[in-house]
Design a protein around this ligand. Sequence first.
Ligand SMILES: NC(=O)C1=CN([C@@H]2O[C@H](COP(=O)(O)OP(=O)(O)OC[C@H]3O[C@@H](n4cnc5c(N)ncnc54)[C@H](OP(=O)(O)O)[C@@H]3O)[C@@H](O)[C@H]2O)C=CC1
Ligand SMILES: O=C(CO)COP(=O)(O)O
Length: 346
Amino acid sequence: MSNIAVLGAGSWGTALAIVLADNGHHVRLWGHREATVKEINECHTNEKYLPGVMLPENIYGEASLEKAIEGLDTIILAVPTKAIREVCQSIKLTNGMYTIVHVSKGIEPDTHMRISEMIEEEFGNHSVLKDVVVLSGPSHAEEVSQKQPTTVTVSSTNMEEAERIQDLFINDQYFRVYTNPDVVGVEIGGALKNIIALGAGISDGLGYGDNAKAALITRGLAEISRLGCAMGANPLTFSGLTGIGDLIVTCTSVHSRNWRAGNLLGKGQSLQSVLGNMGMVVEGVRTAKAAYQLSSKLGVQMPITEAIYNILFNDVDAKSAVDDLMGRTKTHEMEDLTNILDDRGI
Ligand SMILES: NC(=O)C1=CN([C@@H]2O[C@H](COP(=O)(O)OP(=O)(O)OC[C@H]3O[C@@H](n4cnc5c(N)ncnc54)[C@H](OP(=O)(O)O)[C@@H]3O)[C@@H](O)[C@H]2O)C=CC1
Ligand SMILES: O=C(CO)COP(=O)(O)O
């Protein structure tokens, strides 16, 4: 059994710490708030993020990042995308050599970097970084913490390391882990599904039904695949857990913060008030900006993403954004994707 550090004591970091602890590992769970760490150690709970869940006793809260990773070689990085660089900068200041497993879902606005690229840029040639692995898939923290059957995928440019991480997380009770070598596809699917989930929430908030949601999921997947392929992803990845799998769970689950935020937007609340009341990260908002910028840069059509970007940042009314989507020029359903497959000889 290993000693493993999980950095980030929010919903997902805590749920993954439970999986690792259930698998017999000793888990140091670092949180940047003293009060959270105290609660983890004294009460074995993290009520704000996983209400009602008892944490195993082999999860140890740690308030010092340096102590959390001392003497270890594997770090699970479980903070929101906007905190990735800050935490990497703290890791760089310590001694050791680490494989970093990131579990976040986003793209950085303006740089348009995927998270593994941000991590690699932060470390540069710094000898502290051994490998980067991404863990992604349809996996709400609430259900994982209740040990409900869940499947995820790990990916890395070093597949031996991805398989080592697969072995750390997998168990035959409730957490099944696959591998996929397509880092770009895995990261893009996980990041962009949050934008479409905002859209599904908006659609539900406006009072539209299942037909509209199925359309958003399906046409959303088409534009996620178009952008992903333009960035070098394998198109098949989007039919897997980190593509359609995560898109389905996030667009249809009441656990999804992105769906919930969209739902409130669709009911007429302002973005500022929605984000102010959520108390947890809503990654799709920043990622909508990044994806909108990327689609313009790469010349990829992403009409749903563009509509959501305009609702979020240009005060476009949600109902008229839907009307505009429905009134677009008629088109072929599969043309773009079949062109991509032809180009690649698939
Ligand atoms: N929740 C889920 O079901 C899943 C989430 N993810 C992804 O995991 C990532 C993390 O999300 P999640 O855990 O859900 O988010 P939460 O909002 O539940 O928790 C975020 C945690 O990160 C902490 N944090 C924020 N900024 C910093 C910082 N600068 N330094 C250190 N800690 C910081 C927060 O602390 P504080 O309490 O002080 O705000 C909080 O503990 C996201 O990218 C998300 O998309 C992926 C799969 C499932
Ligand atoms: O990524 C997730 C489930 O796979 C969590 O989605 P939300 O951030 O929308 O809650």
